[in-house]
Design a protein around this ligand. Structure first.
Ligand code: FAD
Ligand code: FES
Length: 283
């Protein structure tokens, strides 16, 4: 059992949890995640380790309540216990001195990019952070990111804070301004990571993405998280979650991520509204 020591709102519908998990806290590295199960009948969900403290034996998770389990978690409070918490899982991010690094985050991806941006700063890289969100009340970690970044640029869809538009506009602006980037890291919704990848590919800038496919066991056994990278099929939970963006097949990743959504249009073959195909099976 893993005790929730602190819970507070990070942003609209996004919660920050500090959890007692000494074994995870002692081994965690940027880029890694845990798989948690709230109770005996619960589903397993992957959540990135956004921060950790080996001295206090705690980890920090930032969770957006989007569906069944994350909404159940949103109802839990300090003092409650999570049944299972497995980790740290996934390969740690490769972080070495390279020069200038642009960290591009969309939505809850901000939680994932933070420990990586911090480590890049620690190894002496110049960190430029670009954050995108729907609106001002969806933004979080700006102070933390400002402390470790040379510059933080923000975009909101509705213009309530920073640039009105997408975070990719900010990246395009950096590139057009002639700022030399040695590495770009992008974490966020699949279409956003794909847009970043297409932009940087045109400019020959090495780019890493942290993928978030559907996962079940998180240990390489079930195959749910498979993703095509170059000519190979890779399992995101054990081979990733980080991959060379220019090698990732984003179209199949997007298709697979909608696999279990309930279709409101009806299945293309049967016409029935069914769970499972998400209306995608005959696209
Ligand atoms: C390696 C990894 C790290 C992640 N880190 C974080 C994190 O730090 N914070 C966080 O809030 N979320 C994170 N996610 C996403 C999180 O795992 C999902 O939001 C969660 O599994 C949804 O479960 P649910 O039961 O609440 O939703 P469900 O009821 O299963 O689904 C509800 C909605 O969420 C969508 N969804 C389901 N799984 C995912 C997924 N993997 N990614 C995106 N959308 C999904 C579904 O398509 C559906 O629209 C991460 C995912 C991966 C693979
Ligand atoms: S989640 Fe099962 S193989 Fe990756």
């Amino acid at each position: 059992m893993f005790k929730i020591l602190e819970k507070k709102a990070a942003a609209h519908n996004v919660w920050k949890y500090v959890i007692a998990a000494p074994d995870v806290a002692n081994k965690a590295q940027p880029g890694q995640f845990v798989v948690l199960r709230l109770h005996e009948r619960g589903e397993r969900i992957p959540i990135s380790i956004s921060d950790w403290d080996g001295d206090t034996g705690t980890i920090t998770l930032i969770v957006q309540a989007v569906g069944h389990t994350t909404r159940q978690l949103a109802e839990m409070n300090a003092g409650d216990h999570i049944l299972d918490l497995l980790g740290p899982l996934g390969k740690p991010a490769i972080i070495e001195p390279v020069g200038t690094v642009a960290c591009v985050a969309g939505g809850v991806g901000t939680a994932i990019i933070y420990p990586e941006a911090r480590r890049h700063q620690e190894v002496g890289n110049r960190v430029l952070t670009l954050v995108g969100a729907r609106s001002l009340d969806h933004l979080f970690y700006l102070e933390e990111l400002s402390a470790i970044s040379e510059r933080v640029m923000v975009a909101t869809d509705d213009g309530s804070y920073g640039h009105k538009g997408f975070v990719t506009d900010l990246l395009r602006q950096l590139v057009n301004d002639g700022i030399h980037l040695d590495l770009v890291i992008a974490v966020g919704p699949i279409p956003m990571m794909q847009a970043v990848s297409e932009l940087t590919k045109r400019h020959g800038i090495k780019t890493i993405v942290s993928l978030n496919p559907i996962m079940v066991d998180g240990t390489g056994m079930c195959g749910a998280c498979r993703v095509r990278v170059g000519d190979e099929i890779r399992f995101c939970c054990i081979d990733g979650p980080e991959f060379d963006a220019h090698q990732v097949d984003f179209s199949s990743l997007l298709r697979r991520s909608h696999l279990y959504e309930r279709s409101t249009d009806g299945c293309k073959s049967t016409g029935k509204v069914e769970e499972g195909c998400g209306g995608q099976c005959h696209k």
